[in-house]
Ligand binder design. Structure first.
Ligand code: SF4
Length: 468
């Protein structure tokens, strides 16, 4: 994931940019970056590795004494961003949120046409570098963005900062939202609306899919109309988004409570308490408790001081160690109890198995019943997250074990049907592997209803394999 933040104001906006970008820190752990137009009109960029530290600590000294009216910031889980360019459009800086699936093909054909890429890491080009080079092929930034969207397979929302303002462009498919806000004298655009209230901003509106807005000192102006028919990533509400954020005007915490309610409505398990795997499982568990009347209690406490946000450290060994250390079981609320455990999703399943269920069992849980808030994940994301391979997914591993091989898309139908025998076998395989007493996933239709948008307005590829 990646978080984007941009601000334009009549007075110095450095502090706004600093905190606004920092409020996107849950979306990435690799690079933090800012770009701004300084008082001489020059475009400046600064990027830091934030693997083992926080955006705040890296940029505090960096911004001291700076002054600017136009700035963009980014928290990135993949490439160093923003990148700056001197082009036929003048100087600009660009950062993006998305995934370009056909990056290699585009790179090869552009290199043979004479394009050079400056940002290369172990042979891998930077996605923002690729986007900027595609945009540069047309006669205006707006036309360049359209051309870029025509050329890529995948998705990209982006910010482009020029000496006069910021272009904000929401991915044409609508996958990753951008929200506009203002306090009357400053204008902001962000991935997360949760970055607004403490900085004094109110939400103005969400950009439409494919809409391009130019934000100048006089406010935002739509320079390319969008479409109301985009498909927003459903996983934002279930897992990746911040609880107080809204997308398309729909609040994340409330959706998670709704997910918990739907899980409870279909459930008949007897239990002493409902608990969530912190953090995002907590709201799902609260919703389950509200609906079922079974008390919500906390059985695992997240210890974050000193561990930072490192949910994707570099090596598996580091990830495992941090996962082990971060969640502290509370024997007083666990021992002897039958526990319904709400979780946002089951991806690989290894963390749930080794660092959650195992701890509950060791602390004396009588029964553990897991209730993921979304259906089994069967396809790795092809629009934003690129970290997982298909065979790493717990549900896919179960299918390979049952069938003796992986299946192609046409053969998957039965595993997508929650009323089929194959689906039941897959879930039972995962249940046994994770050492659970029972396991019941959310149904797709319930998750869609919990979000509250029509099915055709959501990306559901993770669960259905249907491309956007
Ligand atoms: S594939 Fe999944 S994670 Fe990726 S955009 Fe679609 S719903 Fe979101």
């Amino acid at each position: 994931m990646t978080g984007l933040f941009g601000v334009v104001g009549r007075s110095n906006v450095v502090s706004t940019l600093f905190y606004g970008t920092d409020y996107h820190s849950h979306l990435g752990t690799k690079y933090g970056g800012i770009a701004y137009v300084d008082d001489k009109g020059d475009t400046i960029k600064k990027i830091h590795d934030i693997n083992n530290t926080q955006f705040k600590s890296k940029f505090t000294d960096e911004i001291k004494g700076s002054s600017s009216n136009i700035m963009i910031g980014v928290i990135s889980d993949k490439d160093p961003q923003p990148l700056t360019f001197l082009s036929k459009f003048g100087p600009f800086a660009v950062c993006m949120n998305g995934l370009i699936v056909n990056k290699e093909e585009l790179k090869d054909s552009m290199i043979s046409d004479g394009t050079s890429f400056a940002e290369v890491y172990h042979g891998d080009i930077n996605q923002s570098d690729l986007l900027a080079n595609l945009i540069n092929k047309k006669d205006s930034i707006e036309d360049g963005i359209q051309y870029m969207w025509d050329s890529i397979d995948g998705a990209a929302s982006l910010l482009i900062m020029t000496p006069n303002g910021i272009y904000a462009a929401r991915d044409r498919k609508g996958i990753s939202p951008l929200v506009l806000g203002t306090d009357g004298s400053r204008w902001v655009v962000a991935s997360e609306s949760s970055s607004f209230p403490n900085l004094g901003f109110k939400v103005e509106r969400f950009l439409a899919s494919g809409e391009i807005v130019f934000i100048s000192m006089t406010g935002p102006e739509t320079v390319m109309q969008g479409s109301p028919c985009g498909k927003t990533c459903a996983f934002l509400w279930v897992y990746t988004g911040f609880p107080s954020s809204s997308y398309e005007g729909i609040n994340t915490e409330v959706v998670r409570e709704n997910c918990g309610r739907f899980l409870a409505r279909r459930d008949d398990v007897k239990a002493d308490l409902v608990a969530g795997v912190p953090d995002s499982g907590t709201a799902h568990a609260i919703g389950y408790a509200m609906e079922s009347g079974i008390p919500f209690r906390r059985v695992l406490h997240k210890y974050t001081p000193g561990y930072g946000r490192s949910y994707t450290p570099l090596t598996q060994e580091d990830r495992d160690r941090i996962a082990l250390m971060k969640l502290i079981p509370n024997k007083e609320t666990i021992e002897g109890n039958r526990i319904i455990l709400c979780e946002d999703s089951i991806v690989r399943g290894t963390q749930l198995k080794n660092f959650t269920v195992k701890k509950l069992r060791q602390a004396g849980a009588r029964e553990v019943h897991a209730r993921p808030a979304c259906p089994p994940l069967l396809y790795p994301c092809r629009y934003m997250l690129s970290t997982r391979r298909i065979e790493e997914l717990a549900a896919r591993k179960a299918i390979i074990d049952i069938e003796g091989r992986d299946l192609d898309d046409q053969e998957m139908a039965e595993y997508l049907d929650p009323d089929s025998e194959k689906y039941r076998m897959m879930v039972d395989h995962i249940r046994r592997d994770l050492d659970l007493d029972t396991l019941r996933f959310q149904r797709l239709e319930d998750m869609i209803e919990a979000i509250g948008l029509p099915r055709e307005r959501l990306c559901l590829y993770c669960w259905t394999g249907e491309r956007v």
